[in-house]
Design a protein around this ligand. Structure first.
Ligand code: AMP
Length: 310
């Protein structure tokens, strides 16, 4: 396992791998790795010859007043966990390596970036699309792995790669969950014990909605209310949204289609004292075929690697 911090060196290593005919996989992360990230590295390990985990806290995707400074950073643990997962390289450049001068170029993916998290975090997806475009140009992966926990991000990156003809396959991987069902997130570290306990409200609502879908319910209004209910009932949680959307275009839909993919996505802020806490997101993916649903609720963590909760 190698740790690489310069663009020059990562390009050289990737060029050497490609000259040997190797398939190059990239797992972009902001570090503070947990089993969600590790599952992406393992998926890449299965499908690629050279697996690169990038660790870069991207200032461009944080809005004013967001948690850029507070974001957890622990490169030594990230390197150890990446090695365990079978990665070949951790690419961990400094901000000055990635942005030697303030970027005057940004990538905006209209449509898919609008609504859901695009509403509360107006610069977020532009920052994500810009840094992912840069990482694709810097590394030149054949495949790039993203978690469906951030379903809108997968849609944004997929659309960007397609619109801008990046020769990369964007692979979406299942959400990895803690034992109680809460989606793993580096931001779970921000929560106190009681906030962490209350965070289960997000997945409780999604589970209730999935049960309705299995019983035949297709209307967005009913599924959204089922998802909202436990969050509304939880005093420590403030609901931001609970919406049914097309999984690829991220357009709002009024019911599950007979064929196609939809997400029921939720966001809430968990805070015991009205300050601090964490903004959490989660979603279930519904894959519809001939009117029949398959629900992708993600996977339970296996227990190896670092827990994301305090
Ligand atoms: P982040 O470090 O939060 O930017 O996340 C890096 C990648 O890991 C993104 O593609 C995320 O969607 C993915 N990821 C984060 N949490 C999870 C999770 N619980 N399950 C699966 N993937 C995840």
């Amino acid at each position: 396992m190698r740790v690489v911090t310069t663009i020059e060196e990562i390009r050289r290593l990737v060029a050497e791998a490609k000259s040997r005919g190797e398939v190059v996989g990239l797992v972009p992360t902001m570090g503070a790795l947990h089993e969600g990230h590790i599952s992406l590295a393992r998926a890449a390990r299965k499908e690629c010859d050279l697996v690169i985990v990038s660790v870069f806290v991207n200032p461009l995707q944080f809005g004013a007043g967001e948690d850029l400074e507070a974001y957890p950073r622990d490169l030594d643990t990230d390197v150890a966990l990446s090695a365990d997962a079978g990665a070949d390289i951790v690419f961990a450049p400094d901000v000055s390596e990635v942005y030697p001068t303030p970027n005057q170029t940004t990538v905006t993916v209209a449509g898919v970036s609008e609504g859901l998290c695009g509403e509360a975090r107006p610069v977020h997806f532009q920052g994500v699309a810009t840094v992912v475009a840069k990482l694709f140009n810097i590394v030149g992966p054949d495949k790039a792995y993203f978690g469906r926990k951030d379903a809108q991000q997968v849609a944004v990156v997929t659309r960007m790669a397609s619109d801008l003809n990046f020769p990369v396959e964007v692979v979406g991987c299942p959400t990895v969950r803690e034992a109680d069902g809460v989606a793993m997130s580096s931001r779970n570290l921000y929560m106190s014990g009681e906030e962490r306990d209350a965070a289960v409200a997000l997945v409780t609502g999604l589970r209730a909605a999935a049960e309705l879908v299995m019983a035949g319910e297709r209307r967005a209004s009913e599924l959204e209310s089922a998802a909202m209910k436990p969050i509304d009932a939880e005093p420590l949680a403030a609901l931001e949204y609970a919406e049914l959307r097309d999984a690829d275009s991220i357009e709002r839909i009024s019911e599950l289609p007979a064929d196609g993919r939809a997400i029921l996505a939720v966001a809430a802020r968990l805070s015991a004292d009205g300050k601090g806490g964490a903004r959490l997101i989660d979603n279930y993916l519904f894959e519809m075929s001939g009117g029949e649903p398959t629900v992708d609720e993600g996977l339970l963590a296996t227990g190896s690697g670092r827990r994301a909760t305090s």
